[in-house]
Design a protein around this ligand. Structure first.
Ligand code: COA
Length: 186
């Protein structure tokens, strides 16, 4: 069974076949993919969704499809994943997001990711959740900071799956149970 989550404005739900077309449009958009090595073809995008759906079916949680309640049926994904590479902080669970450019600037990523973190700490009882992105992805780093995640430059790393890419340097953000419980109280 796939856990589905709700926030005041959003539903974090299982993927549906009809999500694939708008997701492919997102992954073909140079603005959405600015901080990734390349845009994706429809075939690559569908294969990416397959790689999201498989662990979600097995675990019951993952990178949920995000819907605006009473609005857009699909604006992208937000949720939890296990990084599929080895680094100094793995094994780990990461919180991540990718939204259509039309859905930026509404607080949706932070709202959905807060609920994903609540699920990670309250229901999965994880000790820690990480997030990472390339150094220059200011919007993504701002989401991490709004979530109360913290960055130690000593954690920065070169993404091992992107050996030929000049932007392979990544920042790592972390939040633990204690940081989650004390959020907003600083
Ligand atoms: C990273 C990404 C999800 C961030 O999206 P975002 O819309 O900037 O982030 P949020 O959803 O938290 O929204 C915050 C913005 O909404 C604004 N906002 C408007 N209404 C709001 C509301 N009701 N509540 C909260 N914020 C609101 C905030 O002021 C903020 O605006 P600002 O960017 O001008 O400061 C998005 O840029 C994206 O999908 N990028 C491409 C994929 C990507 O790089 N993913 C990460 C790879 S690691």
């Amino acid at each position: 069974m796939i856990h589905e989550l709700r926030t005041p404005r959003l539903a974090l739900r299982a993927w549906r076949p009809e999500d694939r077309e708008p997701f492919a449009a997102m992954t073909a958009d140079p603005a959405v993919m600015e901080h990734f090595p390349a845009t994706m073809t429809r075939e690559q995008s569908d294969a990416f969704v397959d790689r999201i759906e498989a662990p979600m079916a097995a675990d019951g949680w993952g990178l949920w499809a995000v819907e605006v309640v009473g609005g857009d049926r699909f604006i992208g994904y937000v949720g939890l994943a296990r990084p599929g590479f080895e680094a100094h902080f793995t094994p780990a669970v990461e919180v991540g997001w990718r939204l259509a450019a039309t859905a930026w600037g509404h607080g949706y990523a932070t709202e959905a990711a807060s609920e994903a973190l609540r699920f990670a700490f309250d229901e999965l009882a994880l000790d820690e959740v990480v997030s990472f992105t390339i150094v220059g992805n200011v919007r993504s780093r701002a989401v991490m900071e709004r979530l109360g995640m913290t960055h130690d430059p000593a954690d920065d790393f070169d993404h091992p799956n992107l050996p030929e890419w000049p932007q392979r340097r990544h920042v790592l953000y972390r939040i633990g149970q204690a940081g989650w419980l004390s959020r907003g109280s600083a």
